[in-house]
Design a protein around this ligand. Sequence first.
Ligand code: SAM
Length: 421
Amino acid sequence: MQHALKSSKRYRDKSWDFQKADTKQYTHCFHSYPAMMIPQVAGRIIDEFCKSKGLLFDPYCGTGTSLVEANIRGIDAIGTDINPLARLIAKVKTTIIPLKLLDSYLIDFNDFIFASRFNGIKLDFKIPHFENINYWFKKDTQRMLVIIKEYIEKIDDKDIQDFFKIAFSETIRESSLTRNGEFKLYRISEKQIEKFNPDVFSIMVRKLIRNRNGMAEYISLKNNDAKSHIYDFNTVYGIPKNVLLPESVDIVITSPPYGDSRTTVAYGQFSRLSNQWLGFEEYNEVDKRSMGGVKKGEFIRFDYVPLDKTLQKIAAKDDKRVYDVISFYTDYERSIANISRVVKEGGIVAYVVGNRRVKGIEIPNDEITREFFERNGFIHIKTIVREIPNKRMPKKNSPTNIVGITDTTMNCEYIVVLRKM
Ligand SMILES: C[S@@+](CC[C@H](N)C(=O)[O-])C[C@H]1O[C@@H](n2cnc3c(N)ncnc32)[C@H](O)[C@@H]1O
């Protein structure tokens, strides 16, 4: 069912809700991440708008949902993300490993775990030195994690090693003292800590088996040579020509952050423990490098009334907080200008965005996205409004109040689709 909202090209369309869909098929089950795009949305956008094989670009690829969906359809894909953990997950999700080879490593790991349990935990382990490790992990957990880490470091095949690393990353999170179901790091209570003795080895084995089965499904589905390449450039500052030439992309599908990391979804904080255990040195930089991460001190006008008015309203309530929003949209506008240049004439961009409130004032992110692309030679095709039952998002950022939609606490997102002229 469709009902038009505000502008005639903006529709609430229930067929995009995918309420009962399994969002964890094939490699999509490999690792959770905040605000993931659901594969059904990426897949349907490709099916509706990408008629030729071409090239897909995701400038905020996170764990690579859109890249996986492009590749199974025979479309090559390029993704970039500033978070090393996200890049690693995206790489593993899009890299086929022959099952026979994978199974031989899994058997070896099982034997190793059996021997470690049988021989007892060795004592000459090298616990990594990072801030607060004892705050987030009990001593026994640290020992078991180190044993797995040392095993992974000795794996001679890079793709297999990365496959193990992402199972390890989820194991780290699950055996840490962080509260389940939160993206930010909050420690469980002292009482819970006393009783918390995770069987780290079993968690790791469970993740590996789940991911191995996901890989088997992916292999059976993907009968083509399409590939993904994942980078770490920041589109706010430009797009390297050796990666993407101007006018080379057929379709952009992405879900950008919908505000600065500090006050919306803290991707860096979510990934910090994994990034630290995996030895990614940029772990502290992720939220700073994220759009809006560096605060600008100037009150900028965007010459777009809905945005400028919103900023004025926020400034009237909080003259400091408004600079977070300005910093985010300054970066967002620059990034869109750079992305626009690499899209071919006739090419499509589909941005999946959420509207959020700052100081009780709604920011019309979907309209702003549309305006910024229109400034760069695009025409708006449509905006689909979908409910997001599957997406884990912080409730207090729950977005919007839309004419025609009665449930104001409902989480919605907007799929803004434009074509380059
Ligand atoms: C909503 S998430 C993307 C989720 C992804 N669609 C998925 O399904 O996993 C947004 C991503 O943008 C990344 N990000 C934030 N600012 C960025 C920037 N300036 N350049 C590249 N990536 C950025 C974050 O690290 C995060 O992974």
